[in-house]
Ligand binder design. Structure first.
Ligand SMILES: *Cc1c(COP(=O)(O)O)cnc(C)c1O
Length: 223
């Protein structure tokens, strides 16, 4: 299946689910998650007019997307999201490359991002990743610590626009998506990023800002 077919299919599912829930038209954007995919497939998607992408590792993403000899050289309107964990010492590279960082989850990283955004004078949108399932191995701020992290961001003048989550694999995703939406509303945050290839239909009724879809658009990842 081509990228064009796959995105048409996902869009039609989105529209159907939204309609079922009495929603007019979802204003949800599809992030094409490009990690570990062939450059030829990414190129095909760019040629279809897609411009919104996600990557989970700074180093890998740099090779593919940089403005010197990556896709950002030829396609100036690409919007690239970091959806994987970020170490504070990579904040510089991340701020230089990404247009949105979805995985802020601690104060030290907030400080590093704020400093780099000022230094580089770049517009970078920030979302906070919430570990809604409170899983030990998973990145994200614990729900109980969200207040404190958001207060810290306000104190240092780092604007947070929304929340992102990755539900535990063995739990119903919809519960986590509803919880994330509730947290966002409670904190007056406009945006949410939720839903992947296997569970995006559960996210659509909550009208998320972003779905993050990889394999359902590009096929299986390379190793
Ligand atoms: C890889 C990844 C995705 C996409 O996963 P698919 O199942 O291929 O759609 C979405 N979000 C995050 C954070 C990821 O790392």
């Amino acid at each position: 299946m081509s990228f064009e077919d796959n995105i048409a299919y996902i869009t039609s599912r989105m529209t159907k689910v939204a309609k079922h829930w009495g929603m007019d038209k979802p204003d949800t954007n599809i992030i094409a998650v490009a990690k570990k995919q062939l450059p030829s497939k990414i190129k095909e998607s760019l040629q279809c007019g897609h411009r919104l992408y996600g990557e989970n590792r700074v180093q890998d993403a740099y090779k593919v997307w940089n403005e010197k000899d990556g896709f950002k050289r030829d396609f100036k309107d690409i919007e690239l999201h970091l959806i994987g964990p970020l170490q504070s010492n990579k904040a510089k590279e991340a701020v230089a490359l990404f247009d949105c960082i979805e995985t802020l989850d601690r104060e030290k990283l907030a400080d590093a991002l704020k400093a780099e955004i000022e230094k580089q004078r770049r517009q970078v949108k920030i979302l906070v990743q919430v570990n809604t399932g409170e899983e030990d191995q998973k990145a994200g701020v614990l729900p109980n610590d969200l207040d404190k992290l958001l207060a810290h961001c306000r104190d240092i003048g780092l604007e947070v626009r929304g929340l992102m989550c990755i539900p535990p694999v063995e739990e119903p995703a919809g519960l986590h998506f509803s919880f994330l939406k509730e947290l966002a509303e409670r904190h007056n945050l406009q945006e949410t990023s939720m839903g992947m290839s296997g569970d995006f239909e559960k996210a659509v009724p909550l009208n998320p800002t972003y779905l993050r879809i990889g394999t359902a658009l590009f096929g299986e990842r390379l190793n």
